[in-house]
Design a protein around this ligand. Structure first.
Ligand code: AMP
Length: 281
């Protein structure tokens, strides 16, 4: 594996690979890698010839009172994990390389970016779309791998790719979980032992919502209240939102029908965790 720090080097390397007939798989991350990231890298390795992963804690996607400074970083460990997961090129630009001078161009996606995470974190998805558009412009034609853990993020990226005709095929990969159901996340490191023990309630609530729909519940408010009740019964959890939406439009069908996604965000101390599950009726 080679680590590259400049846009010019990465672009030249990937252009040469494509000119030689190779396909490119791309896994954008913010680092502090775990097995969820590794699963994306391994899937990319199975489906493309050259796997590039990027590590960039992107300031544009953090709100002013969020955890940009505290976000965990460990490049040495990340380098070892990326290499062990089949990454060929690790792109680690510093901030000056990614954002020379003030950024005056941003990408924002309407519609799917507005509810849920978009309502709680109003500048978040424009920050994500901007950095991902930039990374796609640097990487060039590729298959890009994203985790379904960040389900709304995948929808925003897909919509951006479609609207801007970017030469990228977006691939959504399943969420990797700890044994007790907690979705793997770099932010899990913020949890105290007691919060860590409480945190699986997020997935428990989502599954209970999906089970209720599976058993015939069609009222979105009832599903929302069921999930909220389970989360609020945990004293260490502070509910941000728990919702069921159409998996494509992110609108709430009433009565519930079609391809649905249940999504929730919950705070445990300094950690704000998100998760989601799907159900089709
Ligand atoms: P992040 O470093 O948190 O920005 O995540 C980088 C990529 O890894 C995103 O596409 C995430 O959706 C994905 N990812 C994060 N956690 C998981 C997980 N538990 N399972 C699968 N993919 C994940």
């Amino acid at each position: 594996m080679k680590t590259l720090a400049t846009i010019a080097e990465l672009r030249a390397t990937l252009d040469a690979a494509r000119a030689g007939g190779q396909t490119v798989g791309f896994v954008p991350t913010m680092g502090y890698l775990h097995d969820g990231h590794a699963s994306l890298m391994r899937q990319a390795g199975g489906e493309t010839d050259v796997v590039v992963a990027s590590i960039c804690v992107n300031p544009l996607q953090f709100g002013p009172s969020e955890d940009l400074e505290a976000y965990p970083r460990d490049l040495e460990r990340d380098t070892a994990l990326a290499e062990a997961s089949g990454v060929d090129l690790l792109f680690v630009p510093d901030l000056a390389e990614m954002y020379p001078s003030p950024v005056q161009t941003t990408v924002s996606v309407a519609g799917v970016s507005e509810p849920l995470e978009g309502a709680s974190r109003p500048t978040h998805f424009a920050g994500v779309a901007t950095v991902v558009a930039k990374l796609f412009a640097i990487a060039g034609p590729c298959r890009a791998y994203f985790g379904a853990k960040d389900f709304q993020q995948v929808a925003v990226v897909r919509r951006m790719v479609r609207d801007l005709s970017l030469p990228v095929e977006v691939v959504a990969c399943p969420t990797l979980r700890e044994r007790d159901g907690l979705a793997m996340s770099s932010r899990n490191v913020y949890l105290t032992p007691a919060e860590r023990e409480a945190a699986p309630v997020l997935y428990t609530a989502l599954r209970a919502g999906a089970a209720a729909i599976g058993a015939g519940e069609r009222d979105p408010a009832a599903v929302r209240e069921l999930m909220a009740g389970i989360i609020e019964a945990e004293p260490l959890a502070r509910l941000d939102y728990a919702e069921v939406v159409d998996a494509d439009s992110f609108l709430v069908p009433d009565p519930l029908a079609g391809n649905l996604r249940l999504l929730a965000a919950v705070r445990f101390g300094r950690a704000r965790l998100i998760d989601n599950v799907g159900v089709t009726v």
